[in-house]
Design a protein around this ligand. Structure first.
Ligand SMILES: Cc1ncc(COP(=O)(O)O)c(C=O)c1O
Length: 416
């Protein structure tokens, strides 16, 4: 029986995750932090789609002291991968989850629901960071009275240790920082109330990427960096004070090139109709891979150094592009869906023959080509030929959502 690799290597669609870019971004960001500020790197949602354990290792190598995840399950996957960096579960955790987290040396967010937690056995301590809601209206204690009640409760709970206090800013990436300023004021007054009631946690943290980059006075004891570690700006509403390099690129290989006569249509719903003799290339990437269907007839891919428009509706596993104006497009040609331009030698046949026909060989061949083509040595960062900001604009969403959407079935090739 043929080997089953568990990942979709025969289809020829793959992502490259440039861990050099992640380390470079983090080092750039960290060099701008107020002295003594720690960095938590958000690796929730499988490291914003990039692969949580790999990003976690890159973050630790860059000097990060904490990892942030959304759930205890995400934390356990990191522990199972041998990651020993302190982890904070940023979202709400139920009592059972908090007990499991404590067993694995994982810290949890302490929220209003903790007050109903039963006592755990004497030899176990749940370590947590109290979450304060200062304007997100999502999670956490909101009022001075709530903080006082928490302080009273904490005194009765030797099994719960509050080692941090944090809030999350809703508008730190906006042109106008008034909302974020109000949140920071509220954060300080709630912390004062806690301190008066005897709760003085070790770490206070509020800043996400935008706040960390824009407001050194909001760094507190730790910043929580997500999107900018992955090389994207939190928004285009303010000028980035640091250079960032996107880490994620998505590639595939053309599986078919076919002529269309005027009047013929493309894809489900026949939403594209040829108004001239056309050539249509098929690319095996679809919405089940994380390429949104909303991009049907809106976006483009990069092929032979040119933009080729996506025509017809994006299917679950494939999409079609109009290559009428691009000479010599052939089956096996490499397509860049987003990220850095594919190296010119990348063709699907070459990947198999020169890579020796094994999964590892193919991946090494592709990795070596990428490393040669996408240089990461100082100076001006290379620009992606198609960025997730651009696709986000076309899809009516943000880069965050597109990177998180990259499906599990898409193999990731890691460049160290
Ligand atoms: C609680 C919390 N902190 C930090 C971050 C990181 O934010 P960003 O990716 O904008 O840096 C997130 C991401 O959503 C978050 O939910």
């Amino acid at each position: 029986m043929d080997q089953c690799w568990g990942e979709d290597v025969y289809r020829g669609t793959f992502a490259v995750v440039d861990l050099r870019a992640i380390r470079w971004n983090l080092q750039n960001i960290m060099s701008r932090l107020s002295p003594g500020t720690d960095t938590l790197v958000a690796v929730k949602a499988n490291g914003y789609g990039h692969g949580a354990p790999q990003v976690a290792r890159a973050a630790a190598a860059a000097g990060a002291s904490y990892l942030g995840v959304a759930s205890v399950e995400e934390a356990l996957k990191l522990r199972a991968a041998g990651i020993q960096t302190p982890i904070l579960v940023l979202g709400a955790t139920n009592y059972e989850g908090a007990v499991v987290a404590a067993r694995h040396d994982v810290e949890v967010a302490l929220t209003e629901s903790c007050l109903a937690w039963p006592q755990v056995s004497a030899d176990m301590i749940i370590r947590g960071h109290l979450k304060l809601d200062t304007g997100m209206s999502r999670l956490g204690l909101k009022t001075v009275d709530g903080c006082r009640a928490f302080a009273q409760w904490l005194k009765t709970r030797p099994d719960v240790k509050c080692v941090g206090v944090f809030t999350h800013l809703a508008c730190a990436d906006a042109a106008d920082l008034t909302h974020a300023e109000r949140q920071m004021e509220q954060f300080r007054s709630l912390r004062n109330a806690l301190a008066e009631a005897g709760v003085r946690p070790l770490r206070a943290h509020a800043a996400n990427s935008a706040a960390a980059l824009r407001r050194p006075d909001w760094h507190e004891d730790m910043v929580r960096i997500g999107i900018s570690a992955y090389g994207y700006a939190p928004s285009r509403a303010f000028a980035l004070p640091v250079a960032l390099r996107p880490a994620l690129s998505l590639y595939s290989f053309v599986t078919r090139v076919e002529a269309l006569a005027p009047g013929e249509t493309v894809g489900y719903g026949a939403t594209f109709q040829a108004d001239r003799p056309c050539r249509i290339a098929t690319v095996p990437v679809g919405y089940a891979d994380g390429y949104p269907r909303i991009l049907s007839n809106r976006s483009w891919v990069w092929l032979h150094g040119r933009r080729a428009p996506v025509v017809g509706n994006v299917c679950m596993d494939q999409l079609m592009v109009d290559v009428t104006d691009i000479l010599d497009v052939a089956v096996g040609d490499c397509v860049t869906l987003y990220g850095y331009e594919a190296p010119s030698e990348w063709r699907s046949g070459a990947a198999w023959t020169e890579g020796g026909g094994t999964e590892e060989g193919v991946q090494t061949w592709l990795r070596n080509g990428y490393e040669r083509a996408v240089r990461m040595t100082g100076g001006t960062p290379m620009q992606p030929v198609i960025s997730l900001d651009e696709l986000g604009d076309l899809a009516g969403t943000i880069s965050y959502e597109l990177m998180c959407a990259l499906a599990e079935r898409v193999p990731r090739i890691y460049v160290e």
